[in-house]
Structures are given as structure tokens and as C-alpha cells.
Design a protein around this ligand. Structure first.
Ligand SMILES: CSCC[C@H](NC=O)C(=O)N[C@@H](Cc1ccccc1)C(=O)O
Length: 610
């Protein structure tokens, strides 16, 4: 069977956001593909049911069923702005419902199906006016300069399309969820004047007809989302600081109580580039996603006991429950994602005509006794090895096929072994592990990479003369950090990089968070630029030009520092690319990113040219 090539990027279709149809054994989901024509990612809404071929319903994203299951709301751009559309399931074309000047988010149906709440941007920005900032949160990766735009909650009449704004103020409010009687809506917002300096986020409740929102949660938790689940408001929140596991809380007036899952695991509610989904009720029990040693698994809380449900070899990226039926999207070593309903697979999206290399788990022990897990893809026969470092630093590699890092598969076919390591600070190994590099970026975790490489060299898995390193974001940071401390790598490819923590702290949209909580204390030993003079490794820097998380100046600084010392270095800038461009960006950029990694390795690592 043939092996994967980079052109398969244009053949992969990845499902997400499954939604169980009320009263029916069917699941709507979004299916996203990269399309060469127009160089765009196209998302469509599909419907899958047991015993039937999945069928395409419409182009769009964020499918949401009306309570009677007869109408499907979804989001699709009109004149460049996302608007909520309604698709009647008994026939007919979708009709556009909202005319939100800056666009609308996912639909939240009222329990009687008469109205829809949604979060959306609000404001009247003038692109030519001077941009005035009084707080640090004046920009956000993916959106750029906010120019006074805030997120607000709106309610639209599902019949007339008449819309009203429910929240108003100099704060961001989002994630509306209706009370079972349809009289109230909860949402999350951070209304503190110094919310850019103090981690904050609370659950508010407001009458659906309007009025002053009332705060429900107390300031000792930072709420990121809330849902009304069977008459109970449940919030996802952090306690005791902004770096740590997300937990679930039962929310009342002026109080919240942690829902004890008994698991030392991070609750995953889902966000761009991170797997997970909002928790749901299944026959009264709470079902939620957690990170679990690289995988994302589903758990069901029966009373006080959380039980893992579903196939532990699958890694879940989305989940939904309705009328006692559980749908999820999950990836395996052979598929970037399939849709399941009550454990039955409804789709066949895997590239079945390709033979994929399957990642193998392996644990390593760092000098201080910390155990770290990694996944090896490729022959492991003493040939070249590429160390790949994930972002976050609190993300994690999963031992499944993904449609982003296609170079893993191509390199494995060309004799490379790829090591995707989950060093300390990765998610899925407990909270102490998650926070183990706070204030010690590089200083604490560099040993994990060296320990793994030492073991793989010692046992003949990798050739010590043909080691290379790559990584994105935190992984780009660590690639710079490692090459500033060792010459063991023959090539390095940092992407979306962090090179200078001092300038990063003042220019990233998360710079203050980085300085105060991730790299607190003396940043000098943590900053790669401190030791740029030590670098000899030929380095290819790949960076999105519109990255507001790790601004392109980070790449420019590293490029200049290496070039002036005559280290072989190349900088590639991706026009319009945000921090997430390798996941969500133009297909041609994603292809190029993969292609350049392979070409740089083959140029600089001897004996690896094919
Ligand atoms: C409060 S969001 C900043 C952290 C975020 N974490 C999850 O991914 C993130 O974007 N991390 C970057 C690296 C980074 C960390 C802290 C501040 C700026 C950038 C990443 O994706 O690795």
C-alpha cells in the first residue's frame, strides 16, 4: 500500500463538533477539508446515522439543533461576516437569520425553540483611527487589534430575525446558555477594570428579557465557561492561579462547589488546537473530556466515581449528548477523526488506501527521576531522528494520526524516526507535572529531552550524529533554547517561536500572563536570546506574520542573532498567518510548512537525502 505524501493534505477531511439530533439517532457534524482551488479550508455540515451513508447538508460550521430536532442552525459567512442560518430538516433551503454587523457565533436555542442566543463582536471600529490602549488586552491573536470591539450576548427571534443585545459594557461576554424554563441566561465575562492584570472570569445570570446581569461566582475561581445542565449551572474554572487544571464547579448564588471527579486530570472543554467539548448530562450523570497520558478520553461521573468510557485507544476531540445518546469524534493511529454514536462508528473518513506509520509509546527517566512519555514513529533502526516539541507548554502529543504534522509520516517513510515527547509541563500526567516548569522554562524541562535522546542513542534507536529538532510555539521556544545550550542537533526548525522573553512579555497578547505566571522570576536563564552566541545549529525559522501570540519580532530577533554570527539560518514568514496558521491557515502555507521542514532536514542531516 502507498505511503502518505504531502499532497494527501488535500484529500483529508476532518470531522469536529458532533451534535446529536433530538429524538433521533443521527449526528450533525462539521467536516473540514483543504481545497487547492482558492487556497482555502472549506467546512461543511454533514449528517450521519446508523445504517445510512452520511449526507452533506450545507456549507458552514457550528451546527446546533432546535429542541424539536426539526431545524438545524449553523453559521456561514455572508459578505465576509459569519451569520446564523436556519436549515429546515423537512425540506427547503437554509435561510439567513442574523444580520449582525460584525458577525455571530454559535446558536444556543431557547428551550421552547422560539429564540436563539449567541455571542458576537460588537462595536463600530474605524480602521483609520488611532488605536488607543489603556489596558494590555487591546489585541488578540487571530483578531488583531480589537479597536474597542467587545464580545456581547445577543438574542434573536427565530421567526422574525429581530435581534436584541442582552449585555452591554466594556467587557467581553460569551457562551450564553438558557435556564430550563427559558427565563434566564448564564454567560461568562470578566468585568473587572484591571482584568488585564488580575486573572478573572465569572459566571453571570441575566433575565432573557434583559436587565442587569448578576454575578454568581466568587473571585477565588477564574471561570472560562458555564452551562445550564438539567437545572444546574456547571462552570469550568481554574482555582488558585491561571496555570493549572481546569475543574468543574456546581454554581449557586455567590458560591460554587467543585464537582469532585477524583481524577488528577485536566478537564478539556475544547478550544482551537485543543481537543475537548462542553460537559453534558447522560441520564443524570455528568460526561466530560479529560487529558489522559496524551489521549483525550471521555469520563462519566456516576455519583462520586468517574469511569472512563469509550475505547481507550481512541483520542476524543469533540462530544455531545442528547436524549440519552452519546456522540463523539475521535482519532486513531489510522484516522484523523471519525464520528461515533453510542460507540458505533458512523463515518469512514480514514485514508484507507494509505499505509500509515503507527506511533509507539515509550517512557524515559530524566536525571531528577521524573518519568516522561513519548511516542516514536518510524523505523527506530539507528537512523536519523527528529525530536518534535509541542506547544503550550501545556498541550500534549497523542499517539494518533493528525492532519497537521504530515511530515511525521513522510519522514518515517524516508527512514527517519520521529520522537514526539511529552516533557514535564505537558497535559495529561497530573497537575504537579503540568505546573513543573513554571518559572523554569527550559531550565526545568530541557533535561527531559536530553534523557530521552540519550536513551534512544544508547539502545541503537537513533544515530547520535543525525539528530534534529523542531517544534511550534512553546516547541519553537524550546528548539531555540536547546540549540543555545547544545550542539548535538545537526538541524533545527523552530516555528511560531519565542526567542526573547523580555520583548515577548511586552508584545504578546499573552505577554503579561507569560511574565507573571509561566516564566515568573528571573527570565534571563529562561530566555534563549541570552545564549544566542552559543548556537551553531543550522536553523530554519517558520513564522506567521500576523502572529499576536508569539509576534514575528521573536523570529526576527533570532534570525538576526544567528545571521550576524554567520550560523546558517533562514527565516520564512507566512503573510497573514496567525499563531494557529499551521492548524487553520491557508492550505498552501500548511503544505509549505511541512515541505520546508523535510527539505531542511534533508539538506543538513547527512545521509538522509532521498
Ligand atoms: C493565556 S494563553 C497563553 C498560553 C497559551 N497556552 C496554550 O496554548 C499559548 O498560546 N501558548 C503558546 C506559548 C505561549 C505561552 C505563554 C504566552 C505566550 C505564548 C503556545 O502555543 O505554545
Amino acid at each position: 500500500m502507498p505511503r502518505l505524501t504531502l499532497d494527501d493534505l488535500y484529500r483529508l477531511a476532518v470531522p469536529s463538533d458532533p451534535q446529536v439530533r433530538p429524538g433521533g439517532a443521527a449526528v450533525a457534524y462539521t467536516l473540514t477539508s483543504a481545497v487547492r482551488d482558492g487556497d482555502e479550508n472549506v467546512s461543511e455540515i454533514w449528517l450521519a446515522a446508523p445504517g445510512a451513508e452520511p449526507r452533506r447538508l450545507a456549507t458552514g460550521t457550528l451546527p446546533r439543533w432546535s429542541p424539536d430536532g426539526r431545524t438545524l442552525a449553523f453559521v456561514r459567512p455572508v459578505d465576509g461576516k459569519p451569520q446564523i442560518h436556519l436549515l429546515p430538516m423537512d425540506g427547503g433551503e437554509p435561510r439567513v437569520l442574523t444580520a449582525a454587523p460584525l458577525g455571530a457565533g454559535a446558536a444556543a436555542w431557547s428551550p421552547d425553540g422560539q429564540e436563539i442566543a449567541y455571542g458576537g463582536p460588537h462595536g463600530a471600529p474605524d480602521p483609520h483611527a488611532p488605536v488607543v490602549a489603556d489596558r494590555l488586552d487591546y489585541k488578540a491573536d487571530g483578531s488583531g487589534l480589537l479597536r474597542g470591539i467587545t464580545m456581547q450576548v445577543f438574542v434573536v427571534d427565530a421567526a422574525s430575525g429581530e435581534s436584541r443585545r442582552l449585555t452591554e459594557g466594556d467587557y467581553h461576554a460569551d457562551g450564553p446558555s438558557w435556564s430550563p424554563d427559558g427565563r434566564q441566561i448564564v454567560f461568562t465575562a470578566s468585568m473587572e477594570p484591571d482584568r488585564d492584570l488580575v486573572p478573572s472570569g465569572a459566571v453571570y445570570v441575566v433575565d432573557a428579557s434583559g436587565g442587569e446581569p448578576k454575578r454568581l461566582t466568587t473571585p477565588d475561581v477564574v471561570c472560562v465557561a458555564a452551562w445550564w445542565l438539567d437545572g444546574q449551572v456547571v462552570a469550568a474554572a481554574l482555582e488558585g492561579g491561571p496555570v493549572g487544571h481546569t475543574r468543574l464547579f456546581a454554581v449557586g448564588q455567590d458560591r460554587q462547589e467543585e464537582i469532585d471527579t477524583g481524577l488528577d486530570r485536566n478537564i478539556m472543554i475544547g478550544s482551537p488546537a485543543y481537543p475537548g467539548a462542553p460537559p453534558r448530562r447522560l441520564d443524570g450523570d455528568l460526561v466530560f473530556c479529560v487529558r489522559d497520558r496524551g489521549f483525550t478520553h471521555l469520563y462519566r461521573l456516576r455519583g462520586t466515581t468517574a469511569e472512563k468510557i469509550g475505547d481507550p485507544e481512541l483520542s476524543v476531540s469533540g462530544m455531545h449528548v442528547c436524549d440519552g445518546r452519546l456522540a463523539y469524534v475521535a482519532a486513531s493511529p489510522y484516522s484523523a477523526g471519525e464520528v461515533y454514536l453510542d460507540g458505533e462508528r458512523l463515518t469512514s473518513l480514514a485514508p484507507a488506501d494509505l499505509e500509515l506509520h503507527v506511533p509507539r509509546s515509550r517512557t524515559f527517566v530524566a536525571p531528577d527521576g521524573t518519568e516522561v512519555e513519548g511516542f516514536l514513529t518510524g523505523p527506530g533502526d539507528g537512523g536519523p531522528l527528529l525530536l518534535d516539541i509541542h506547544g503550550g507548554p501545556h498541550n500534549a502529543w497523542a499517539p494518533v494520526f493528525d492532519g497537521v504534522h504530515l511530515y511525521h509520516q513522510v519522514l518515517a517513510s524516508r527512514g527517519w524516526t520521529v520522537l514526539a515527547l511529552n516533557p514535564r509541563a505537558s497535559d495529561g500526567y497530573g497537575e504537579a507535572f503540568y505546573t513543573a516548569a513554571q518559572g523554569g522554562w527550559g531550565v526545568a524541562d530541557a533535561q527531559d529531552f536530553h534523557a530521552a535522546l540519550d536513551e534512544l542513542v544508547a539502545d541503537g534507536t537513533a544515530d547520535p550524529e543525525r539528530l534534529a529538532v523542531t517544534g511550534y510555539s512553546y516547541g519553537g521556544y524550546m528548539t531555540c533554547y536547546l540549540t543555545a545550550h547544545t550542539d548535538r542537533f545537526k538541524a533545527a526548525i523552530p516555528g511560531g517561536i519565542v526567542s526573547d522573553l523580555t520583548s515577548m512579555a511586552g508584545t504578546s497578547d499573552a505577554g503579561y500572563y507569560l511574565k507573571m505566571w509561566e516564566c515568573s522570576g528571573d527570565m534571563t536563564p529562561q530566555s534563549p536570546l541570552t545564549r544566542a552566541g552559543r548556537v551553531t545549529t543550522p536553523t530554519l525559522i517558520l513564522h506567521g506574520e500576523n502572529d499576536d501570540r508569539c509576534p514575528v519580532g521573536q523570529a526576527e530577533q533570532w534570525f538576526a542573532a544567528l545571521r550576524e554570527r554567520e550560523v546558517p539560518v533562514r527565516l520564512v514568514r507566512y503573510p497573514g498567518g496567525s499563531h494557529l496558521f499551521i492548524v487553520q491557515g491557508r492550505p498552501s502555507h500548511r503544505y509549505d510548512y511541512n515541505e520546508r521542514i523535510i527539505a531542511w532536514l534533508e539538506q543538513w542531516v547527512s545521509g538522509s537525502q532521498n
